[in-house]
Design a binder for this molecule. Structure first.
Ligand code: SF4
Length: 273
């Protein structure tokens, strides 16, 4: 069923002070509320925005209206206070399907490019990000696209994130970002069950990779993920023994052995500005 899309009025504030897992950033910025990709492990399900809404997570997305004048005023005001280091897409995917029509992310990037921030990490799992290549290029090395590819197994992708974009389209997007000279990383976050060829494929597809798991990457040392029922989901997938921190540790070591020093990160470090 298609997600229910609602248009919200223009927010008073777009920029939210960052902290916790996103320390190192000054602000987060989320173009939508909710997320039609509805990943089963999404930690936002456990946050107030997910918990206090009657509709199921993944079945709705609210579009924030962009008031350009108000955004520019807020941007200017915040820039006078100190360096702007933005995590773009901390509680939604900026390139979820609603972006095709509503272009909120595109509008915000265009406004930001007028007076670029010190740094922006653009977090997505959607190949739609390549639509904005020319716009992203305006940020030079002040931007990094972080493209999530948590597995190379379509069976695993369909089991854990059935509404997320197919993997082949994401691998292709990585090629396109690379060809366009856009700074990007692949985020294996969180690592899902995969084939033995996954590490080699990742190493060939990007110069920077971050690995994360359910135990150190959900902001609560695995408690949120436990509540979301991922342990049972691994069992239903037939791989219960992989639901353990050692799985990501082994994978990280394998990847690090395949790539140059400093190219592979674990957890929070890989998402820092
Ligand atoms: S794409 Fe990100 S924000 Fe959206 S449901 Fe998946 S994990 Fe959550």
């Amino acid at each position: 069923m298609a997600p229910r899309i609602q248009i919200r009025k223009a927010p008073q504030r777009w920029l939210t002070p960052a902290g916790g897992y996103l320390s190192g950033y000054s602000h987060t910025l989320n173009p939508y509320v909710g997320c039609a990709f509805g990943c089963s492990y999404c930690y936002v399900r456990e946050m107030p925005v997910g918990r206090f809404r009657e509709e199921a997570w993944g079945s709705w997305a609210d579009v924030k209206t962009v008031d350009e004048k108000r955004f520019r005023a807020e941007w200017k005001r915040e820039k006078t206070k100190g360096p702007l280091l933005l995590f773009f897409g901390s509680a939604t995917d900026p390139y979820q399907p609603a972006e095709i029509r509503h272009e909120v992310t595109r509008s915000l990037l265009r406004l930001m490019a007028e007076d670029p921030p010190e740094f922006v990490l653009l977090q997505t799992r959607s190949p739609l990000v390549v639509r904005d290549t020319e716009l992203i290029r305006l940020f030079g090395d002040r931007i990094r696209v972080s493209l999530t590819i948590e597995t190379d197994s379509e069976d695993a992708r369909k089991h854990f994130t059935p509404a997320a974009p197919p993997l082949q389209a994401r691998w292709h997007a990585a090629e396109q970002l690379s060809a366009a000279g856009i700074p990007y990383q692949l985020a294996v976050s969180p690592l899902l069950p995969h084939t033995p060829a996954f590490a080699e494929r990742l190493a060939a597809a990007a110069g920077r990779i971050v690995v994360d798991d359910f135990f150190r990457g959900d902001g609560s040392m695995g408690k949120r993920t436990e509540r979301l029922g991922l342990r049972a989901s691994y069992s239903a997938f037939g791989e219960p023994e992989l639901y353990a921190p050692e799985t990501a540790d082994r994978f990280y070591s394998r990847l690090a052995a395949l790539m140059p020093a400093g190219a592979v990160f674990f957890g929070q470090e890989g998402f820092r500005p």
